[in-house]
Design a protein around this ligand. Structure first.
Ligand code: FE2
Ligand code: FE2
Length: 334
């Protein structure tokens, strides 16, 4: 049975010194869950003084943050509450499951591929754990898809990246964009009351994990760039600029992708507003949704040591855009 859910991906095959975390086999009790939830959300380094980006102390504490905030949930013990027919239909019809599963599939391979090239053992272990957690997200999604009978397109083969750094940058910055909107949408879904709270609870650790991932990424970028010689640094900044152009291009259009049988799959890479409407019957306007994304972004990062850097591009862009948007009064619940 589990063969359909667990695929052959093994982080340690790509990163030989990686030790996969040991997870408790028994379902946790409430107190254990609460402690894990608190632990993953709040973390402050005991190291004194500033954590100057790029310094050894910054690298060491970034990696320590990632290790110590690990949440040891086991996907196979997650509960999938039975759903009312209307809620089930709403979930099955959300246009996000294919892209969600495939995004995790790509992310784990690209992160592991890049992690294997990182010389610093501490940073390599942190990136490897991140890859492992993406694989766990994929397992969570696979179990949910199976529990609710969601039909998926067959997954295309995942190609090992030729340029691991490029692939890692695309994945990292994509996560910064997607997580920013996902935080807000998740809150819309929660407030709408259209999904059972147990299901929201099941996905909560995944959401917070994405916050940790982009926290790690923002600090990895800062650490990495300060260690480059001036000419490598120029090449790196050009690469980062190309990544942003690529992400913008990817998100402006509807990405057309083929599944493994060559059938065209319509995937909406820009489902933020459509998604907001699918997860709620509240007609939320764009400025309000953007404000909620900002609030949620701040809330999710608020428990981590303020000396660590946060991803800044999306919050800055959205704050800037909001200066030109006037919010119309929200339409009433239909
Ligand atoms: Fe993920
Ligand atoms: Fe992630």
């Amino acid at each position: 049975m589990d063969d359909q859910v667990l695929d052959a991906f093994d982080t340690a095959q790509l990163i030989p010194d990686f030790n996969a975390p040991q997870l408790p086999s028994e379902p946790p009790d409430r107190a254990t869950l609460d402690a894990a939830e608190h632990n993953t959300r709040y973390w402050t380094s005991v190291a004194p003084g500033p954590l100057t980006p790029g310094s050894d102390a910054h690298r060491r504490e970034t990696c320590r943050m990632f290790r110590e905030t690990f949440n040891p949930y086991r996907p196979s013990v997650l509960e999938w509450p039975s759903l009312e027919p209307a809620a089930l239909k709403r979930i099955v019809e959300l246009p996000i499951w294919d892209i969600a599963v495939q995004t995790e599939g790509k992310a784990r391979l690209r992160m592991a591929a890049y992690a294997a090239t990182v010389e610093d053992p501490d940073m390599r272990a942190a990136l490897a754990l991140n890859a492992w957690e993406e694989s766990r997200h994929k397992e969570v999604l696979s179990r949910m898809v199976r529990a609710y009978g969601i039909a998926l397109a067959s997954e295309p083969p995942y190609a090992f990246p030729k340029d691991a750094e490029w692939a890692y940058l695309v994945t990292g910055y994509s996560e910064c964009v997607d997580s920013f909107f996902a935080f807000g949408l998740f809150e819309v879904a929660k407030r709408s009351g259209l999904f059972p709270p147990e299901l929201i609870d099941t996905f909560e650790p995944v959401m917070q994990e994405e916050c940790r991932h982009i926290l790690l990424f923002a600090n990895w970028v800062a650490w990495h760039r300060t260690r480059l010689s001036w000419w490598r640094r120029i090449a790196f900044e050009l690469k980062v600029a190309r990544v942003w152009v690529f992400l913008g291009w990817e998100r402006i259009g509807l990405a057309r992708t083929m599944d493994a049988e060559g059938n065209e799959q319509q995937q909406d890479n820009n489902f933020t507003v459509n998604g907001a409407q699918s997860v709620s019957d509240v007609d939320i306007n764009v400025p309000d949704l953007m404000r909620l994304c900002l609030e949620e972004n701040d809330r999710r990062f608020s428990g981590y040591d303020t000396r660590l850097l946060r991803p800044e591009t999306m919050p800055k862009l959205v704050r800037f855009a909001l200066r030109f948007m006037r919010s119309k009064p929200s339409a009433q619940t239909s």
